[in-house]
Design a protein around this ligand. Structure first.
Ligand SMILES: NC(=O)c1ccc[n+]([C@@H]2O[C@H](COP(=O)([O-])OP(=O)(O)OC[C@H]3O[C@@H](n4cnc5c(N)ncnc54)[C@H](O)[C@@H]3O)[C@@H](O)[C@H]2O)c1
Length: 310
């Protein structure tokens, strides 16, 4: 049966009557991903605390969430103003922000980390969280490319630790990859799967391997496309056209690289290459390195493989 968490939210007038697997959610990092995760969790009836390092950053995140919620409300309720306003008001009431990391997890059922992609910074954060959060609190990382096992290694709750890998933009993308390490308990895994469905996502499960499912296939595919271009076998435009019309992909590899950010893709490849130097799929190409060194990072800088209007 199709499960829509939003419908559940709408069918109950008060969120307090909702029986959610993990009701109190703390999201650490209010950037692109964290603000999206916080929004979707609040939208689906969870009490959300969003954490970042400064108030101006949190203010920016709040206004980004509000704008995104307006789009959701418009799509969901069309011209029904009262319903739309009620949805916005109730969602925003469930969302608070803070810069106090330790306090933010005191009542959390789950903490989702979405901070910078750096093992040392994530370790420092999880050491703090492990001390501050109740023993029963589950921990999850939204990392794209780092090992969940390695992130969890600094905590005393490896059985209550898993990966929740969301996709950008979180309110739009339907997939959630739920990552089980060898130590993630059945109970933690089951709760994370239920939580994912409560967020309205379609969940898939993957072991803790580089890139999980989506990035493990996509990142080497983009790397191979760059090598094809580097050899002069075809133009970027023709490769993109080929993959859209010949394989039915919504974007070609170079459009995707420009969207994701060339620096992000290079960073992932370099991290994997360092860890697995013998895997040719993880070898970063000279062309990618050159474009990144020139600051051509894709849409965010106005130029990558294509020129974009900023
Ligand atoms: N961008 C994507 O498409 C994408 C997709 C899936 C997963 N991810 C993963 O999600 C995570 C976040 O990525 P993003 O693109 O949202 O990054 P981002 O740079 O947009 O946001 C990161 C936020 O974390 C905050 N932060 C840094 N250290 C912190 C700390 N110690 N405590 C609290 N806040 C802190 C920063 O101030 C910033 O606001 C990364 O691990 C990334 O690999 C990214």
């Amino acid at each position: 049966m199709a499960f829509s968490a939003l419908n559940i939210v709408r069918s109950f007038s008060s969120s307090s009557v909702m029986n959610l697997a993990l009701k109190n959610v703390t999201v650490i990092g209010s950037g692109l991903m964290g603000s999206g995760i916080a929004q979707v969790a609040a939208q689906t009836g969870h009490n959300v605390t969003l954490v970042d390092v400064s108030d101006p950053i949190l203010k920016k995140a709040s206004s980004r969430i509000e704008k995104s919620l307006e789009r959701v409300a418009k799509k969901k309720f069309h011209d029904n103003e009262p319903e739309s306003e009620k949805f916005m008001k109730e969602t925003l009431q469930r969302l608070k922000t803070t810069t106090n990391t330790a306090d933010s997890v005191k009542e959390a059922d789950i903490v989702i980390e979405a901070i910078v992609e750096n093992m040392k910074v994530k370790h420092d954060l999880f050491k703090t969280l492990d001390k501050a959060a109740p023993k029963s609190t589950l921990f999850a990382s939204n990392t794209s490319s780092l090992s969940i096992t390695e992130i969890a290694s600094v905590t005393d709750r490896k059985d209550r630790f898993g990966g929740l890998h969301f996709f950008n933009p979180v309110p739009v993308m339907k997939l959630l990859e739920v990552i089980r390490t060898q130590e993630t308990s059945d109970d933690t895994y089951n709760k994370m799967m239920t939580f994912g469905k409560e967020l309205g996502k379609t969940t898939i499960t993957c072991k803790d391997t580089p890139g999980f499912v989506v990035n493990r296939l996509l990142v080497p595919y983009m790397g191979e496309a760059v090598r094809l271009l580097e050899r002069g076998d075809a133009t970027a435009r023709d490769i993109d056209t080929a993959m859209k019309l010949g394989a039915g992909y919504p974007m070609g590899p170079f459009e995707l690289l420009d969207y994701v950010g060339l620096d992000t893709t290079l960073f992932i490849l370099e991290g994997w290459h360092e860890k697995y130097p013998d895997n040719p799929l993880f070898q970063p190409s000279d062309m990618l390195k050159k474009l990144v060194s020139e600051g051509k990072l894709g849409m965010k800088t106005g130029e990558g493989f294509y020129k974009h209007q900023k």
